[in-house]
Design a protein around this ligand. Structure first.
Ligand SMILES: [Zn+2]
Length: 177
């Protein structure tokens, strides 16, 4: 698999039993749809480990053009959909409308987490992001049908994997994920 941003090789790494592919060209990360069900099993410190790995891959590499739309590394011709912007505009998540895989750029995740120095701050920020950015999308997608809802749920689970949250799947008010 090649990096959709830079065309460089992607290296498969495992974080808490979840396999992800990290770009050797820019440090961006690809989450395959197939790994989705493992996101909830092992998210302890996953975000810290991922940020460190992404930073080490991005080290010494030039900046990337985040405004450029990119294609899915799996379904070559499909352009990724950009959504789930955080209230602070620090993180954007790209998802393939075909296979449901998710792309995340290196600097964004780091910047997002840097804003919240303590674990408690991060959990609060994670909850706020889920409540303000993810829940409305889940509710809208539920109206579009089961398949769209499932894709949106994957993003919600992925976000919990990378950012601690007090949310427990299925337990919060509103649309469950
Ligand atoms: Zn795809």
């Amino acid at each position: 698999m090649k990096c959709p941003r830079t065309g460089a090789n992607m290296k498969e790494v495992e974080i808490n039993k979840v396999k992800v592919d990290i770009s050797e060209g820019c440090g961006g990360v690809w989450f395959d749809n197939l790994e989705f069900e493992k996101f909830d099993e092992a998210h302890e410190n996953a975000g810290d480990k991922l940020v460190d790995l992404m930073a080490s891959f991005a080290k010494g590499k030039g900046p990337v053009d985040l405004d450029k739309r990119i294609n899915c590394p799996r379904c070559a011709d499909t352009v990724l959909m950009r959504h789930f912007e955080s209230p602070l505009r620090k993180i954007q998540i790209d998802q393939c409308p075909g296979c449901g895989g998710i792309w995340l750029d290196a600097g964004e995740l780091k910047d997002f987490r840097k804003l919240f120095p303590t674990e408690a701050d991060r959990k609060k920020a994670g909850d706020e992001f889920i409540a303000k950015s993810i829940m409305p999308i889940l509710e809208a997608k539920a109206k579009e049908g089961q398949e769209e809802l499932e894709k949106a749920r994957r993003v919600a689970h992925m976000f919990r994997f990378i950012c601690p949250s007090y949310y427990i799947p299925g337990k919060q008010a509103g649309a469950a994920f």
